[in-house]
Design a protein around this ligand. Structure first.
Ligand code: ZN
Ligand code: FE
Length: 248
C-alpha cells in the first residue's frame, strides 16, 4: 500500500508534505508550524518524523514549534548538520533508511545548496525534491555550480517516469512563463499550463514523465538547437538556461 500524501501550502509559496500510513506520519520540510498543526489536527494524526531537505529558513523554521507540539524526531543530512536544526537521525546520501516501514533512498542533489538531499520512496513512487527539481523549473544556484545541479537533475531524471515529484515551492507562474519563452512550440507545455489555469490546483506534485515533457531544465537535448548550442555539452546548455532564468 502506498503511503497517503497530503500537500500543505505554507508561507507565501512553499509546499510541505505529509506522508501517512499504518506506522505513523512524517512531514517533509517545515516552513512554518501553524498550517501543518492545523492539518494534523483536522485528520487526527500525530507527527512521528520531520525530514529536512536543506538548511534554508523557509524549509526548517517550523521545526522547533512542531517538535514541541508533537515530539517528532528530526531527520536530515549528517553532512549539513552544522546548519540544520538538531538532528535525531542523521542520514547520508546513497544510503537507504526506513520510514514508516518503507525504504527511502537519500539522493545527493547539490546546486541550490551544498548538502541538499532528495528523498525517494520507490514503493510509494514519490520523490521529495524541494528546491532541486521543481515543477517546470529548478532551484536557483546559491551555493553549487551548474555542473553540480545538472548532475543532480540527471540523477532525479533517472527515476521511474511515474514517480511523483514533490517539490518545495509554488513557482508555477514564473516557471511556466519562462518555460514558454524558451520552448514556445511544446504542445505538452501548453496543455499543462492550460490545465493549471482551469483547475487552480497546486502545480506540484507532478509525475516525472510530465516534468520530462514540460520542464525546460530536463529538455536540454530538445532546446540546444534553439539556443544555438548544437555541440555544447549538456551541462553547458543547462548553465545557459539557468542564467537566462535568473535574468528572466
Ligand atoms: Zn531553498
Ligand atoms: Fe525554498
Amino acid at each position: 500500500m502506498p503511503l497517503d500524501l497530503v500537500t500543505i501550502r505554507c508561507l507565501k509559496d512553499n509546499y510541505a508534505y505529509l506522508l501517512h500510513g499504518p506506522a505513523g506520519t512524517a512531514l517533509i520540510d517545515a516552513p512554518e508550524a501553524a498550517p501543518i498543526l492545523t492539518e494534523l489536527d483536522a485528520r487526527g494524526w500525530g507527527l512521528d518524523l520531520i525530514l529536512l531537505t536543506h538548511h534554508h529558513d523557509d524549509h526548517i523554521q517550523g521545526v522547533p514549534a512542531l517538535v514541541q507540539a508533537t515530539g517528532a524526531k528530526v531527520v536530515g543530512a549528517g553532512a549539513d548538520s552544522h546548519r540544520l536544526p538538531p538532528l535525531d537521525i542523521a542520514v547520508e546520501a546513497d544510503r537507504d533508511f526506513d520510514l514508516l516501514g518503507e525504504t527511502v533512498q537519500v539522493i545527493d542533489v547539490p546546486g541550490h545548496t551544498i548538502g541538499h538531499v532528495a528523498f525517494h520512496l520507490p514503493e510509494s513512487g514519490m520523490a521529495f525534491t524541494a528546491d532541486s527539481l521543481m515543477a517546470m523549473g529548478c532551484g536557483r544556484l546559491f551555493e553549487g555550480t551548474p555542473d553540480q545541479m545538472w548532475q543532480a537533475l540527471s540523477r532525479l531524471n533517472a527515476l521511474p517516469g511515474d514517480t511523483l515529484i514533490c517539490s518545495g515551492h509554488d513557482y508555477c507562474a514564473g516557471n511556466g512563463a519562462f518555460a514558454l519563452s524558451v520552448d514556445p512550440d511544446n504542445p505538452a507545455l501548453h496543455d499543462r499550463l492550460e490545465a493549471l489555469q482551469e483547475s487552480r490546483s497546486p502545480c506540484a506534485p507532478a509525475p516525472l514523465s510530465l516534468e520530462r515533457a514540460t520542464n525546460p531544465f530536463l529538455r536540454v537535448a530538445e532546446l540546444r538547437d534553439s539556443l544555438q548550442m548544437p555541440d555544447a555539452p549538456d551541462a553547458q546548455v543547462f548553465a545557459k538556461l539557468r542564467r537566462m532564468k535568473d535574468e528572466f
